[in-house]
Design a protein around this ligand. Structure first.
Ligand code: SME
Length: 202
């Protein structure tokens, strides 16, 4: 589509080496090339990169956890990989079900609360409902427990074993609002289901 004498617009992809860095509307000017519709283009690019990062993490986690039947060792390995490899993971950790409460397990990040009542906060809600909670803005979640004021968004995934019993929740916090979406839900649920033998919660 010709927009003016020196500017035309079409759809295409921008590569850096082999990596797709943008896809969508591009505009060609007489002095060079720039990307239009940056919002959607960037979102598509970020989703693509996030899925690729999760695939790499999952392969590492599967290799690390293979043959281990120690739950804490496996939780520590999952946290070690995800926290250090994924963008925006400010706090990454497990709360384990111990005598009817959630008690902190392996984690990385700033100091977390030691224990949480089932039904309370984002973690306790995920545990009580057996359903992943994706919280775009923690200030909008009634009863959110702030372990670190800098956390702005959060995802909490219930973890079950082969018998379907709830053994823990996996909690990830970000300092960015809206950091987590369906991709995070699906990939994190997939990782914990694979490692601990439970079913996907969806
Ligand atoms: N925000 C959580 C508490 C745990 S910390 O984020 C590490 C909640 O509301 O359950």
């Amino acid at each position: 589509m010709i927009l003016s004498k020196n500017i035309s617009k079409s759809t295409g992809s921008v590569f850096s080496g082999k990596n797709l860095i943008a896809h969508g509307a591009i505009v060609v000017r007489n002095e060079g090339l720039s990307v239009l519709s940056l919002g959607n283009t960037l979102k598509a690019t970020m989703s693509f990169e996030k899925e690729r990062d999760y695939q790499r993490c999952r392969a590492r986690i599967e290799a690390l956890c293979e043959g281990s039947d120690d739950q804490i060792a496996k939780m520590a390995s999952i946290v070690g990989v995800l926290h250090n490899e994924m963008n925006d993971f400010f706090w990454t950790g497990f709360y384990r079900v111990v005598e009817g409460r959630l008690v902190i397990g392996p984690y990385q990040g700033t100091v977390g609360c030691l224990s949480i009542e089932i039904g309370k906060g984002v973690c306790g809600t995920a545990a009580a409902r057996g359903k992943t909670q994706v919280v775009e803005d923690v200030h909008d979640f009634p009863g959110h427990i702030a372990c670190d004021e800098r956390s702005k968004s959060e995802i909490v995934v219930p973890v079950t074993d082969e018998s379907g019993a709830l053994i823990a929740v996996l909690d990830v916090d970000s300092v960015e609002k809206g950091a987590f979406d369906e991709i995070d839900r699906e990939c994190l649920e997939g990782i914990v289901a694979h490692v601990f033998g439970g079913a996907m919660t969806h």
